[in-house]
Design a binder for this molecule. Structure first.
Ligand SMILES: C[S@@+](CC[C@H](N)C(=O)[O-])C[C@H]1O[C@@H](n2cnc3c(N)ncnc32)[C@H](O)[C@@H]1O
Length: 225
């Protein structure tokens, strides 16, 4: 079966229709964020559900810490999906340097009823990973989700890698596209090349089983062996 541009659009619409059911808080979140001048660059609802299921699995495995880290909070949309996957006592640390985004997301976490299990850290992804590494040590995190600066993904991986425990997950959004698409020529953009380098580094890492799902703009899932 050949893929066409129209079939790709239809497929993504189908995925959202069938697998992207969401409650009123999530449904209303991005329209409200847009009114507040926050860009609509969230994961889709079907990808949100994927995040939720993966968090449920990783945080209930033997030896889990119940700790999840997200880089790139924006308005809190993906963070709510992640937080709702946590077990009792679990915690999401979500990282956002833009005050406007961080303020808005905290209101949304409260509206979604997950505020008590979410900490919004107002700093950069790199600074946060360095700090969390000092706080929790090796294997102290069940899931790390990358959705911040795409050119920094290789550095995020270097810093996050020791924090992910056995059976824990690295998840990364936009591993096939965002401002670029992965089949653009090598050298056509710094972002394409950094994401391509990141994909190949993780795929070649013998300590991880890694796949990328072609949902929306591509989601990597890598499980530490
Ligand atoms: C694509 S959005 C995140 C979308 C969100 N994960 C969702 O799906 O609902 C990227 C976010 O990363 C934030 N950001 C920008 N620079 C950053 C940095 N150096 N470290 C962490 N986050 C950063 C942006 O302000 C923006 O809110």
């Amino acid at each position: 079966m050949d893929m066409t541009p129209q079939r790709w659009i239809n497929t993504n619409a189908y995925l959202r229709e069938v697998f992207g059911k969401q409650d009123a808080v999530l449904e209303g979140l991005m329209p409200a964020a847009a009114q507040a001048g926050i860009p609509s660059i969230t994961v889709s609802a079907d990808v949100g559900r994927l995040l939720n299921i993966l968090v449920q699995m990783a945080t209930t495995r033997p030896g889990a810490t119940g700790r999840v880290v997200e880089l790139g909070t924006l308005a809190g949309y993906s963070g709510i999906w992640l937080a709702r996957g946590l077990p009792p006592g679990g915690r999401l640390i979500t990282v956002e340097p833009e005050a406007k985004h961080a303020d808005f997301s905290q209101r949304m976490f409260a509206a979604a009823g997950v505020a008590e299990r979410v900490e919004v850290r107002r700093t950069t992804g790199i600074a946060a990973l360095e700090q969390i590494g000092r706080e929790v040590g090796p294997g102290g995190v069940d899931v790390v989700f990358f959705d911040a600066i795409k050119t920094e993904y290789p550095e995020y991986f270097r810093l996050a890698r020791p924090l992910i425990g056995r059976g824990g997950l690295l998840i990364a959004d936009n591993v096939l596209g965002s401002s670029f698409w992965i089949d653009d020529p090598v050298g056509s953009s710094e972002t394409r090349d950094a994401v391509d380098r990141f994909n190949r580094i993780v795929a070649a890492d013998q300590d991880f089983d890694t796949v990328a799902v072609a949902a929306r703009e591509g989601v990597m899932v890598a499980r530490r062996k």
